[in-house]
Design a protein around this ligand. Structure first.
Ligand SMILES: [Zn+2]
Length: 172
């Protein structure tokens, strides 16, 4: 007895892939032989399958890796210049702090040095003429400057040392 049921989509695909079990396969083959509609269905699945398998796999452009690496380099460069700018600012602050400390110190050392070496005093005196306006103020504020320098300088030194040694692990 011939089974006149048309093939389902699943049956058509399984028939194409030779995935049907023996009794089912016999029924499908018998039906297909006499049914142009189901032959067309199977052929359409065959065409679809061939079209899919011959479709080129989307590949990244040839310069994909180069472009990505260039982007990473750009970011690294931006970070490096940020780091350099931060270093420059912190360095300038550190230098001015050291200068302020030396300035305060010079005002304090000058009287003691004057009894030791007249040559040194002459040099110091020339320097002091230019700083006569500021040195009373600086020497009056010497303690405050030292305290501020310590308070600012210690975290500053830590920040500088951390900036000076970039950790590559963070870049990723
Ligand atoms: Zn049919």
């Amino acid at each position: 007895m011939i089974d006149h049921r048309h093939l389902t989509d699943d049956e058509a695909q399984l028939h194409l892939e030779s995935g049907l079990a023996a009794p089912e396969r016999a029924r499908v083959e018998t039906h297909l032989a006499g049914c142009p509609s189901c032959q067309a269905l199977v052929m359409s699945f065959e065409a679809l399958s061939e079209a899919l398998s011959s479709m080129p796999v989307a590949e990244p452009p040839a310069d994909f890796t180069a472009v990505v690496m260039a982007r990473i380099d750009e970011r690294e460069l931006a970070r490096a210049s940020e780091r350099q700018a931060a270093l420059a600012v912190l360095g300038a602050v550190a230098v001015s702090l050291v200068a302020a400390l030396a300035f305060a110190g010079q005002a304090a050392w000058a009287p003691a040095l004057s009894s030791v070496s007249t040559g040194a005093v002459k040099a110091l005196h020339a320097f002091r003429i230019t700083s006569d306006v500021l040195s009373p103020l600086v020497s009056a504020l010497r303690l405050q400057i030292i305290v501020v320098a310590a308070v600012v300088g210690i975290p500053l030194t830590l920040a500088l040392s951390r900036l000076a040694t970039p950790r590559h692990g963070q870049a990723a």
